[in-house]
Design a protein around this ligand. Structure first.
Ligand code: TRP
Length: 337
């Protein structure tokens, strides 16, 4: 039991999941969760999503879409504790307690907050905090609570989250210094950037660049999207470089070794871009089709999904309720006899 590493990560429930998420986060996380010496906690960070969305329907739908996507992609709820943040009251409770040991100055240094004030500065807005919500400011504390409520050993995240993990460690260390060793210091496991996929314009695939290929397009829209991928203007028959080619990079993320080598040879022989796109389309469609079918089944049986999440929350709370009771005890919040 003690040998088992606890690996925890959260997914903010905003936006539509795309191929970059699939190759860079979803499939690797599912693969890692099959590792027998880890116990994995994976949750939908729905309270985090409120910082960006104040549209209830959108908040609700995104949460559903993301939960359904992970299951459709093969997440096994028997192997992973899969839950919604909002079903774990201990996280909210801990967030408050942690905010009482966290210096405001530490939060002033958070990238997301600094970026928001920098925009005001650039626009010469006199109040640099104009439009900044407390949710955005407190975000790193909520994220620390997500992690520390489970005393996670490792937290796989993208490089953009590195600072949040450092803050979670700082907050945990401060708490331990004041109240005794309650928390483990979580270790960030930064996902390698080599797996980052390009979007249809060749830049990193990202919601903010508006260049994503969503996972759940129907066949026709998927093909249309692939046809939009930017290429150079080399004619068929002219040898092409597979390095730095968006089509090739996308293909490589999903095809087998043998298939990749075959396409490489065809590039050298001067494949036409139209044909290369058809090959990419067939490969993606073959991978997405079963996922799309499972997604539809989940969409038609929302009660099943709800049941999975409720069960996940019960399992998760077996851990978090124990930790929060240690925390309360440590800070002196407890019954009188
Ligand atoms: N902030 C993370 C992101 O945007 C999501 C997240 C919320 C998270 N809470 C977490 C990740 C706790 C790891 C651990 O990607």
């Amino acid at each position: 039991m003690a040998l088992e590493k606890r690996v925890l990560t959260g997914i903010t429930t905003s936006g539509v999941p795309h191929l970059g998420n699939l190759a860079g986060a979803i499939l690797p996380a599912i693969e890692a969760s099959r590792h027998q010496f880890t116990s994995s906690f994976l949750f939908l960070a729905d309270y985090h999503s409120l910082i960006k969305s104040q549209d209830p329907a959108m908040t609700h739908n995104s949460s559903f879409e993301i939960a359904a996507s992970w299951l459709a992609c093969g997440l096994d709820p028997n192997k992973v504790t899969f839950y919604r943040q909002s079903d774990i009251p201990e996280i909210m409770e801990l967030a408050w307690i942690l905010s009482c040991v966290t210096a405001k100055g530490l939060m002033n240094r958070a990238h997301a907050y600094k970026a928001a004030t920098a925009i005001n500065k650039e626009k010469e807005v006199p109040d640099l905090d104009k439009g900044v919500l407390m949710g955005l400011f407190n975000y790193p504390i909520l994220m620390a609570a997500d992690i520390l409520a489970f005393n996670a050993d490792q937290v796989p995240v993208g490089g953009d989250q590195k600072q949040h993990l450092e803050m979670a460690r700082d907050i945990a260390a401060r708490f331990n210094y004041l109240y005794g060793e309650v928390f483990k210091l979580p270790e960030a496991v930064i996902n390698s950037e080599t797996g980052v996929l390009p979007g249809i314009d060749g830049q990193k695939m990202s919601k903010s660049y508006n260049n994503t290929i969503p996972i759940f397009l129907n066949k026709e829209s998927l093909l249309k999207m692939i046809k939009k991928i930017k290429t150079n203007s080399l004619e068929p028959g002219i040898p092409k470089d597979s390095n730095n080619c968006t089509i090739f990079k996308l293909y490589k993320a999903f095809a087998s070794e043998g298939q990749i080598q075959d396409l490489e040879v065809r590039y050298q022989k001067g494949i036409g871009w139209g044909e290369a796109k058809d090959i990419l389309y067939s490969e993606l469609e073959s991978k997405i089709e079963p996922i799309r079918e499972r997604y539809e089944l989940i969409r038609h049986d929302k009660r099943h999904l709800e049941h999975i999440l409720i069960e996940g929350a019960v399992k998760a709370r077996e851990v978090s309720s124990k930790i929060i009771s240690d925390v309360r005890e440590a800070v002196g919040i407890k019954g009188f006899c």
